[in-house]
Design a protein around this ligand. Sequence first.
Ligand code: SF4
Length: 197
Amino acid sequence: MSTNCNIPAITPDELVKLGLKGITAAILECKRCQLHENATNKVIMRGAETPKVLFIGEAPGKNEDEAGIPFCGRAGKVLDELIAYMDLKENEYAIINTVKCRPPNNRKPTQKELKTCRPFLLAQIELLGPQVIILLGNTAEQAFCVSALDWGEAIATPEGKHLIKLYHPAALLYRRSLMEKQREMIDMNKGLWQNTR
Ligand code: SF4
């Protein structure tokens, strides 16, 4: 085990001072949890640096680990379908994950791993500054530390952002019947990103 448990905790505020490039460098060097041991590539973000909408997924899978790009496999194609349905332009969205290294056998990240990687997540959110944060599934919700959200129901944060929980694209791969419900939830909320154009 090469994880160094004695590494001092790093705070989101310290990371924000580094800027997005500095955070990328810090993630690339990070060995704060055991997930780094199996990672081929750290998977940091894709999309705009000033997005209106930020998608937060669970964790990198096999394709993402190999390419170092979030949502580039089959679930990524489903997410791209949803992004097209939302009518978001290239410069209006970004995608990140709760943890930046692939968990072995695509298992869910543990609570400890989520907690250890959370400063990166929070600092990315702060720097990207989206108006709408879409949590893709329950793990993203847990990582964000909010109490149980209702699917598709937007809540406002004290910072004036909107949080929405939608189904993870991988769930839609296996249950295409959920796609209609996902589109209804998007339709209910589309004013949040379309009215500000
Ligand atoms: S998952 Fe996050 S905290 Fe764990 S090693 Fe990777 S970057 Fe570091």
